[in-house]
Design a protein around this ligand. Structure first.
Ligand code: FAD
Length: 534
């Protein structure tokens, strides 16, 4: 049994942010995540660092929170933010009065918005529709949610916090109105671990009600599915938003070598209902093509969906529910040492973490104050080693691997085939893959993908997967076929709704490769050996 001051449940951005904040204040922290870090809503979001403008008219509290946090995150976490800026554009038939309300609401909530002429907008964004009638500049940015989460995890670890992925909370033992023990299953080896925490923080996002039910409690929240489509190629320089009351299909986010269009809003009953549908894909392409017409003729690479854990359950549509957050001290419900946090945005995670940590610190009597708005999230890698490698490659690796960049670059330059490109869509080197394959957190091929971006490009792992697999099974007893089947099943979920034009042809080719050459379908059916013999 392990004692700890704080046990945090959930390794999305909220849990990771809380772990960093509390560890830096000197608390003993253990974070447990049932899957990989950022595999919940965090890794399935739109990747937009909000300026607050989207919420200025209808959700002023959220707008003000986003505006303040946008400035802070650009300062403390610039390694994972591309400060592209954004535009809000009205089209011919949009409510033009909304644009005036938008500008005055931005002013009231502290969002920096400035009207520019249509000609200026077209110069900034040549692919914009010629149908736009008004345009406003805002400080939106593109953020990598995987990196932001891993940055918080590593920062917590640097401050002696413990963060464990593939550790799922199964049960609480409650004694005299406190959670006395938390029973956790280690999914790497099936063993049971027991923690005796002074405080338990429930930061499990869409699973928050399930975790609360372990203490016989329930939380008023709404689960709201949002879908996005990844379009091959960067069609815009910055983020493009439709200037109207927040609705579906409003946003285009440039991200690495692609453009992500979204989102939708559909209430669901379970966090597992996270599959984008063909109807959503068609709708999103049609709607966002009104702002950037080339979307209609571009290649959709994959679709994905995440579940928003929204506060409250009293509104008819997810779009009407505020994007602010709520802290719940369950001592009001008879459990003294249990806190839940729900709602919020990726953009406001730091603020949420600060408020949760203040509550925990006052319960524990900790004196350290919050420094997360001041201290950079990670120290930047040293320059000297990068002299051995082309600067464009080095800066890409530094951006992706931050704290570990020196060691990753050493693998690339020191290993025999370290400089070979294993994923040509995302230009990932074998040395990067070898480094991460040997990292304690990496269990599945998709964990490797989240850390290197290998397999995230337009071939969706179809061509590079075998190179990744060979690195993964080198010096390990992992079963390659099992790893491959799990990876392909997960990827198929995302590719299925976009099977038309270029992606359909690509999938036919991959189908022949994977089932015709490697007989993976037979492996899944359980008659692999028989199939090979015949
Ligand atoms: C479609 C969509 C688009 C979005 N776009 C944006 C955007 O562009 N910008 C923005 O700022 N915000 C955006 N958001 C909001 C943002 O993604 C979320 O607010 C944020 O990611 C929530 O993070 P979280 O850590 O609270 O939840 P999650 O990321 O869901 O993390 C919860 C974690 O708890 C773990 N867990 C569950 N049960 C257990 C258990 N028993 N034991 C251990 N661990 C467990 C889960 O595996 C999961 O990893 C979007 C959300 C969605 C759904």
């Amino acid at each position: 049994m392990q004692r700890t001051e704080v046990l945090i449940i959930g390794g999305g951005i909220t849990g990771a942010g809380i772990a960093r904040d509390l560890a830096c204040r000197g608390a003993e922290v253990v974070l447990v995540e049932g899957s990989d870090f950022s595999n919940g809503a965090t890794g399935r979001c739109h990747g937009m660092l909000h300026s607050g403008a989207r919420y200025a008219v209808n959700d002023p509290r959220s707008a003000a929170e986003c505006a303040a946090e946008n400035t802070i995150l650009k300062r403390i976490a610039n390694f994972c933010i591309e400060d592209t800026g954004g535009l809000f554009v009205s089209l011919k038939n949009d409510d033009l009065d909304y644009a005036d309300r938008f500008l005055s609401s931005c002013k009231k909530t502290g969002v920096a918005a400035k009207e520019i002429t249509v000609q200026e907008a077209l110069k900034k964004e040549p692919m914009l529709s010629r149908e736009i009638v008004r345009a406003f500049e805002v400080p939106d940015a593109s953020v990598d949610p995987f990196l932001l989460t891993l940055g918080n995890i590593e920062s917590a670890r640097e401050a002696n916090g413990i963060a464990l992925n593939y550790h799922s909370v199964r049960r609480f033992e409650i004694d005299g109105g406190v959670i006395d023990r938390v029973i956790v299953e280690n999914l790497r080896n099936g063993s049971v671990e027991i923690y005796k925490p002074e405080i338990v923080v429930n930061a499990s996002g869409a699973w928050a009600n399930k975790i609360a039910s372990l203490a016989n409690l329930s939380i008023g929240m709404t689960l709201d599915k949002g879908s996005m489509v990844v379009i091959n190629g960067r069609l815009t320089n910055g983020l493009i938003n439709r200037l109207r009351k927040p609705s579906n299909g409003d946003i285009i986010v440039p991200s690495y070598s692609s453009s992500i269009i979204g989102t939708t809003s559909i209430q669901v009953d379970s966090p597992l209902e996270n599959k984008a549908t063909e109807e959503e894909v068609d709708f999103l392409i049609r709607e966002t093509a009104m702002m950037i017409p080339n979307i209609a003729i571009s290649r959709a690479v994959r679709a994905y969906a995440g579940i928003r854990p929204l506060c409250g359950s009293d509104r008819s549509t997810g779009r009407e529910i505020s994007r602010t957050f709520q802290l719940i001290d369950h001592s009001e419900h008879g459990i003294e040492n249990f806190i839940s946090v729900i709602g919020g945005k990726l953009t406001t995670y730091r603020l949420m973490a600060e408020k949760v940590s203040d509550m925990v610190a006052s319960k524990l009597g900790l004196s350290g104050s919050c420094r997360t708005a001041i201290d950079p999230l990670l120290s930047v890698a040293k320059e000297n080693i990068h002299a051995k490698i082309a600067s464009s490659i080095a800066s890409r690796i530094v951006r992706k691997s931050c704290l570990f960049a020196d060691e990753v670059i050493q693998r690339c330059t020191g290993e025999l085939r370290g400089m070979e490109v294993v994923c040509s869509c995302e230009e990932v080197l074998r040395g990067e893959v070898i480094y991460w394959c040997n990292h304690q957190d990496v269990k599945e091929l998709s964990d490797l993908m989240r850390r290197t971006r290998a397999g995230m490009g337009y071939c969706q792992g179809g061509l590079c997967i075998f190179g990744l697999l060979s690195a993964m099974i080198d010096n390990s007893d992992r079963d390659p076929m099992e790893l491959l089947v799990r990876f392909i099943k997960e990827r198929e979920k995302g590719v299925e709704p976009v099977l038309f034009r270029g992606q359909l042809k690509e999938e036919f080719f991959k189908e022949h490769l994977i089932n015709g050459v490697y007989h993976l379908d037979a492996y899944s059916r359980g008659d692999y050996e028989k199939d090979l013999e015949s």
